[in-house]
Design a protein around this ligand. Structure first.
Ligand code: ATP
Ligand code: MG
Length: 332
């Protein structure tokens, strides 16, 4: 008689340590990650992508600060550490070893077709190799844990397709069945969260409403949301309106309908709409902000959590690397 151990599906997700976390990160990734991880249905690996952040961040204190804040934010937002492994990518250098192996089955023209590379190159011809190679490291992040599910925002969809391709390139090059092909997990309703300027909210663009900034910072961001110049009594189209598009993320379906009606009926000015959004955000932060501040004031505790998570992630990553080394001829 053969007994099979019931294997949980593996979930992997990372956030770059490039700055202050914002509601795009929360609604586009963290919220689902936390719900999926806390359900206990997955073996969950949630990491701070600090190697990835090096492509743009060259300030060591800023990098450390951002890494700690991301970890603290996950905990403050409710991640259950008994159900998820929370760690820093750089605690598991096997990610980079696997990326080095993958670099030999990925071509330059293939990487040149990546949206992120094309966008960056359009702005700056001197794109660094780390940024060019970003999809390969990301494929390694995902495949080293043999991920089944990778919850991401719409902006990361192509990177998951790349990870799937790269798994195939590896399997074919060495004629093995090493990597299964991962799926993305995008919540349609929150495909892309707009920033205060209406463009995609991004840490690196500074158009954010920060999750755990000071009350003053949050207020300033909300009051700075760009709107058209319609007077309070005029009717407004909710769908082309940044205040609505951000506010709706916090609301139930019923509340969304009520908010739409206010804009559509007229008599609901942008100042009032921003005050209401601010009140919603402040309510969301109740309880969470204290946990965040407490962890940031007790960084030893936070570091210990990350060291422990790193050790657990590394033991899984080492299993994959051992197989890879054997398959490609690096094991004597
Ligand atoms: P950067 O500007 O450095 O790229 P970012 O704000 O885009 O930072 P990332 O670390 O690249 O954040 O992404 C972390 C996660 O947050 C990813 O899963 C990504 O899909 C998601 N995400 C980031 N911005 C948004 C957004 N505006 N809407 C929805 N999801 C988002
Ligand atoms: Mg990004």
């Amino acid at each position: 008689m053969v007994y099979y151990k019931a294997m949980k599906k593996v979930l992997v997700s990372g956030i770059q340590a490039t700055g202050k976390l914002h509601f795009g990160n929360y609604f586009g990734a963290m919220k689902q990650n936390i719900e999926l991880a806390n359900s206990g249905e997955y073996e969950s690996y949630i990491f701070v992508a600090d190697y990835h952040a090096l492509t743009t961040v060259k300030d060591k204190d800023a990098l450390k600060q951002s890494a700690l804040e991301i970890a603290a934010a996950y905990i403050a937002c409710g991640l259950d550490l008994t159900k998820a492994t929370l760690f820093r990518q750089s605690s598991v250098p096997e990610h980079t070893e696997l990326a080095t192996v993958f670099n030999n089955v990925v071509t330059m023209p293939y990487l040149m077709r990546a949206h992120a590379f094309k966008d960056h190159e359009a702005k700056d011809k001197e794109v660094n190799v780390g940024l060019f190679d970003y999809p390969v490291l990301m494929a390694a992040d995902i495949l080293i844990y043999q991920a089944d599910v990778v919850p991401v925002g719409q902006d990361q969809k192509q990177h998951i397709e790349y990870a799937r391709d790269i798994a195939g390139f590896y399997n074919r090059a060495w004629n093995v069945e090493q990597f299964k092909l991962p799926k993305e997990h995008i919540m349609d309703a929150v495909a892309t969260v707009p920033g205060v300027d209406g463009a995609k909210m991004s840490k690196s663009k500074g158009n954010v409403i920060s999750l755990f900034g000071t009350d003053e910072e949050v207020k300033k961001s909300v009051m700075g949301i760009v709107t058209d110049s319609k007077a309070p009594e005029e009717k407004k189209d909710p769908d082309t309106n940044n205040v609505y598009n951000i506010h709706k993320l916090f609301l139930t379906d019923e509340e969304v309908q009520a908010l739409r009606a206010k804009f559509e009926d007229g008599g609901y000015g942008y100042k009032q709409a921003k005050d209401d959004l601010l009140a919603t955000i402040m309510k969301w932060r109740e309880g969470k902000k204290e946990v965040f501040d407490d962890l940031m004031n007790n960084q030893d505790k936070l570091r210990a959590i990350l060291v422990d998570g790193g050790a657990r992630a590394q033991s899984k990553a080492r299993e994959t690397i051992a197989q890879v080394r054997q398959q490609i001829g690096l094991k004597m």
